[in-house]
Design a protein around this ligand. Structure first.
Ligand code: AVI
Length: 302
């Protein structure tokens, strides 16, 4: 991770992977983002699930092996348990300790569902252990987290999910849609500055990982919708000429120079369905909100 970080910081266009946004404080700041009036994705997706859960459950059917990618506190999947009645619940997350305590709580609430937590970085591999049932696998990937991958990486991830689906599996996924630039800009640059704090906090995390000397006061949050690329871009911009030093390296940044920290791609319904089709999924059903801001999609292996 240190080598990856240093290489990104030294590249002509400096960058750092969005995974470095999520230390303990970063995860809390992301939870706060989800409460912001400007950040519509979380509440819009929740409203779609509330309105259409019965229809979704009828489409999906009971007795699935529910595989929850990036499960976190498992709350989104748990809301579907009564309706879906999965035979096995398989939360997958890179943060194992957090997952363990969430699953312990759920086991007591739903003793009839077999639960198998897995610590894995599914963005690079999808190696499910043999304890995971092969039958009726339903991969659950909410929150438009797919948008934080480039379209090429997203297509590769969908391909890995398709492979792990076996013959009768499917995917239930949440995707943020293209919309007015002003709404998108505000969602990633809120008035309270919570998203700015989330972005700037990455520098504190990097200081810890690389023994670097970033001073957060020297940097400002920059986030905007790049219409040509159909993505939000998040950057950290130097407020003045400065040099950052870390163990084994240093870099000079001129005033206004940026570190690219995150992309959040927005899709059209049509574009996303095409990507699913290319990955080997079909028979898609979609649900959206009244404004057409967010899409929940179920598709089957074909
Ligand atoms: C986690 N992910 C889907 C969020 C998004 O909207 O791309 C991360 C985020 N970055 C800034 N605000 C929220």
């Amino acid at each position: 991770m240190r080598a990856e970080l240093a290489a990104g910081l030294l590249a002509p266009q400096a960058s750092a992977s969005p995974k470095f946004l999520y230390d303990a404080l970063g995860s809390k700041l992301f939870e706060a983002i989800c409460e912001l009036p400007e950040y519509y994705p979380t509440r819009t997706e929740a409203a779609i699930f509330d309105a259409h859960l019965y229809d979704m459950a009828r489409t999906i059917g009971r007795g699935t092996t529910l595989i929850d990618l990036g499960a976190g506190n498992c709350a989104k999947a748990a809301r579907m348990f009564l309706m879906l009645q999965p035979l096995q619940y398989v939360p997958v997350d890179i943060s194992v300790d957090f997952l363990r305590s969430a699953v312990d709580g759920l086991r007591q609430q739903f003793p009839q569902i077999r639960m198998t937590g897995i610590g894995m970085d599914f963005s690079t591999e999808m190696a499910l252990p043999s304890a995971v049932r092969r039958e009726k696998r339903l991969f659950f990937y909410p929150g438009s987290s797919i948008g934080n991958f480039t379209p090429e990486q997203a297509a590769a991830l969908l391909g890995r999910i398709r492979e792990a689906c076996q013959g009768d599996g499917g995917l239930l996924i949440g995707v943020d849609l293209v919309k007015d630039k002003a709404i998108l800009d505000a969602a990633y640059d809120d008035g309270l500055g919570v998203t700015a704090a989330f972005n700037l906090n990455m520098l504190r995390h990097v200081n810890g990982l690389l023994d670097a000397d970033f001073d957060v006061r020297d940097w400002r949050h920059a986030a905007f919708y790049n219409e040509a690329a159909s993505r939000i871009e998040m950057h950290l911009e130097a407020r003045r000429d400065l040099t950052v030093r870390w163990t084994g390296g240093e870099r000079r940044f001129a005033e206004g120079e940026r570190i690219h920290t995150e992309n959040s791609y927005k899709y059209t319904r049509q574009g996303f369905l095409q990507m699913l089709e290319r990955a080997g999924f079909g028979a898609a059903r979609t649900w959206t909100d009244e404004q057409g801001w967010f899409l929940v999609c179920h598709a089957r292996v074909v």
